[in-house]
Design a protein around this ligand. Structure first.
Ligand code: IMP
Ligand code: MG
Length: 187
């Protein structure tokens, strides 16, 4: 048999199970609740990676709280696993953020360029306050210094997929977070 025809599994070890993600999102929701008190808040999710995080975080906040949800979309990677160093706004928020308590909700911060870009962009629009809430952080990978107000989990130095995070648009639907095997990544 030709060994090259053997299908190998690109998904590696699980990094965080669904219950660990849920616990982290619960902690993020609690921390946000403590800081915001009874202030209205606008969650701005960064598509598409933060899709599930926004959905779960919003429900980890008090049910009667004054919460609005909006989204924007950026492209920072194209289809590659390495940042092009260039961030582009693909879709802006639907509502104005002026005068609002805004929380940027992002799946992962790697080199920091995406969050840095978003913080500068949204800060220039005069929100009442601007915070950032991130599920996964790779602090040892920073190219630019960014402030993260709420961090869920420390990510290992690997390419991670699942719970909204993709590789070439695949694996977002995994209920857990797993490594993608090195060999499966396009260089
Ligand atoms: P940064 O600009 O390098 O901080 O990258 C932020 C964006 O890159 C995130 O919003 C993700 O979409 C993507 N990204 C960074 N690391 C990973 C990873 O390990 N898996 C999947 N996407 C990632
Ligand atoms: Mg992505």
């Amino acid at each position: 048999m030709n060994p090259n025809s053997v299908t190998r599994e690109p998904l590696g070890a699980i990094v965080f199970h669904a219950d660990e993600i849920a616990a982290a999102v619960g902690r993020l929701g609690q921390a946000l609740t403590n800081d915001l008190r009874d202030e209205p808040v606008l969650l701005v999710g960064v598509l598409k990676g933060a899709l599930f995080l926004v959905a779960d975080l919003a429900r980890a906040l008090p049910p009667r709280a004054d919460i609005r949800i909006d989204f924007l979309a950026v492209a920072s990677y194209g289809n590659s696993t390495r940042s092009s160093g260039e961030v582009r706004l693909l879709k802006d928020t639907s509502e104005s953020i002026e005068g609002k308590n805004v929380v940027i909700v992002e799946d992962i911060v790697d080199n920091g360029l995406t969050l840095d870009y978003l913080q500068r962009l949204l800060a220039s629009r005069n929100p009442a306050s601007l915070r950032s809430c991130v599920l996964l952080d790779k602090p040892y990978r920073r190219l630019v210094d960014v402030t993260i107000d709420y961090t869920g989990l420390l990510a290992p130095d690997a390419f991670i997929v699942g719970y909204g995070l993709d590789y070439q648009e695949k694996y977002r639907n995994l209920p857990y977070l797993a490594r993608l095997e090195e060999w499966a990544l396009e260089s």
